[in-house]
Design a binder for this molecule. Structure first.
Ligand code: CAO
Length: 545
């Protein structure tokens, strides 16, 4: 008794065909010439008969699989196998039924790494240091390929590690007995190799070699062999060094052929393993963007792209074109987020008195046709804080050697419009009073919402205010509008009990978040700026000083 591997015979020119039927149940006996599987190409269907009497031990394909010449179909146990095992593949082919298509190979494959008397040998899973089965996640060469000793045949993966199974033989891969997704243990059959020269008589592969991966898992669970490294953590790690990424040999080969740095590619496979499709998609994106990053919203400016998801599989969707402003905003946000080392500092300003004063202006404002909101006071206070803390009124010079100190104070104001976010600039805010600033706020916000701002209305800002006060929230971390170096996020004011030394007093507190470019601004500078700003807002008489 022995196990024979039945492979896909010559398909008469068809490259690959679909398995449409498994004809015998596992465990059932099969007679010579009885069909094992039925294959179907786009032109015809064909039966693959068993070349001998026996019993089906295991199917190595499933209905719906696409197979090609040489792929292993089934393991069949046969009493007659001893005789067959002594034959070469060619002899078996010659003796197989003429029509339908003959089965190509049936070679004895004893578990103990047997060598047939022909030149075909079976590569087995080497000692993986545990009794557990591990998954075959990648077949690294194709049937018909020449392999040399040391070339990786397949890649196995356990919960903790991946391992390449190298060939100990030099020859031609005639068939893969195992397929992707199979769970294999030490000694299981991997591939049938027609040996042209062999360094050793025994076909068992050596201990697997380690798959180089980006990071050792936190859990140092025993690896299958000392040479095997731990699998990466679940999140994708992106490395600039291609030798330090989680990818199989065939993916590495493809990347080498295409000149792709695997360190730049995000893996979408299990535990972020890089797949061939990831490499191909990376190249497609690079080509679309001219190879230099292109639109940040599309390419990620050189960082790995978030994999595309077909959301329609989860429910009804519609795809809506981004407005021009939304695209520009996406690019700017990503540029600033990637370029600027951000720090955000928080504080609350007591604006109880400011609000009393602001409300007292209501009647006069109605007469003037100007509504004064807290934003006008915040712009004025920010202008005063910039004057007192000129570090915030700088920009890094493009040469990286200098900074530019500005001696004018223009404050940008983020405006939420149906077409997207725009930032008109209130010029010379330090020189204007609350009425004038309020008028500017209304004019700019109206022009912005009507899409009538001129480019010059949005240029020359020194510092930006992003107010979500009318909308709500306790706080948020705004992104610096580079080359400016600071931005103030304003949230909704709330009455809060504030301790005055002997009692809690109800105070209207305004939450502020100051994000700054830490290349230009130190924490101390930011602390002073924020303290000054809070002081001015808490006591607006300081604005006049
Ligand atoms: N706390 C509590 N209430 C506030 C407030 C605050 N911090 N700021 C404004 N309000 C109130 C005002 O008192 C006013 O209420 P009343 O009408 O009762 O007096 C109302 O909110 C006015 O809101 P507004 O939005 O019309 O006017 P504004 O001057 O406060 O703001 C503007 C103008 C253009 C800044 C604002 O309309 C806007 O577009 N904000 C969104 C900015 C944005 O999108 N930032 C995010 C950018 S990053 O993604």
């Amino acid at each position: 008794m022995a196990i024979e591997i039945i492979t896909i015979p010559d398909l008469g020119g068809a490259d690959s065909v679909e398995v449409i039927e498994l004809c015998v149940s596992v465990g059932d006996s099969v007679e010579q010439e009885e069909s094992l599987v039925v294959l179907e190409s786009d032109k015809a269907s064909m039966d693959v008969p068993s070349p001998f009497d026996g019993a089906v031990v295991k199917y190595l394909v499933a209905e719906g699989d696409t197979v090609k010449v040489g792929d292993a179909i089934a393991e069949v146990e046969t009493a007659a196998s001893e005789a067959i095992a002594e034959k070469t593949v060619e002899e078996v082919v010659e003796e197989a039924p003429a029509e339908p298509v003959p089965v190509e190979a049936a070679v004895e494959a004893p578990q103990a790494a047997a060598v047939s008397e022909t030149s075909e040998q079976i590569a087995l899973v080497p000692d993986i240091g545990s009794d557990d089965k591990v998954e075959l996640i990648e077949i690294s060469v194709s049937v018909g390929d020449q392999v040399e000793e040391g070339d990786t045949l397949v890649v196995l993966e356990s919960d903790k590690a991946t391992m390449d199974v190298p060939s100990t033989l030099t020859g031609t891969v005639k068939a893969f007995i195992a397929k992707e997704g199979d769970k294999l243990a030490t000694g299981d059959q991997v591939a049938l190799i027609e040996v042209t020269s062999s360094a050793q008589a025994v076909v068992e592969a050596p201990a697997p070699t380690a798959q180089v991966e980006p990071a050792k898992a936190a859990d140092p669970a025993p690896a299958p062999s000392p040479a095997v490294t731990a699998a990466p953590a679940a999140t994708a790690a992106v490395s600039n060094d291609s030798s330090d990424v989680y990818a199989g040999p065939s993916v590495r080969l493809l990347a080498r052929e295409l000149g792709v740095d695997l360190g730049q590619v995000a893996g979408t496979g299990p535990r972020s393993r890089i797949q061939k499709d990831d490499v191909n998609n990376f190249v497609k994106t690079a080509l679309k963007s001219g190879g230099n990053g292109g639109s940040a919203s599309a390419s990620g400016a050189g960082i790995p792209q978030v994999p595309a998801v077909d959301f329609s599989q989860f429910g009804e969707i519609e795809t809506v074109k981004l407005s021009k402003i939304q695209k520009i905003t996406a690019d700017n946000m990503q540029r600033n987020w990637l370029n600027v080392p951000h720090v955000t500092q928080f504080d609350d300003a007591d604006i109880t008195e400011l609000e009393v004063f602001r409300k007292s202006l209501k009647l006069e404002g109605e007469k003037k046709g100007i509504k004064v909101t807290p934003v006008a006071f915040i712009i004025k206070a920010a202008a005063a804080a910039l004057a007192a803390n000129p570090e915030f009124n700088r920009s890094l010079a493009g040469d990286g050697e200098n900074y530019v100190q500005k001696h004018y104070i223009n404050i940008g104001m983020a405006v939420d419009t149906p077409r997207g976010l725009v930032v008109p600039v209130i010029k010379d805010a330090d020189k204007k009073g609350i009425w004038e600033i309020s008028e500017d706020v209304i004019t700019m916000a109206t022009l912005a919402r009507e899409g009538k701002l001129k480019p010059s209305d949005m240029q020359g800002g020194c510092f930006t205010i992003s107010s979500l006060g009318a909308i709500g929230g306790n706080g948020f971390t705004p992104i610096v509008n580079s080359p400016e170096v600071g931005i103030l996020g304003v949230s909704k004011s709330q009455m809060k009990p504030v301790w005055d030394g002997s009692d809690f007093q109800p105070k209207l507190m305004l939450p502020l978040a100051l994000s700054y470019d830490h290349r230009v601004i130190n924490g101390g500078d930011a602390g002073r700026f924020m303290t000054y700003l809070v002081k001015v807002l808490s006591d607006i008489r300081h604005m006049t000083l």
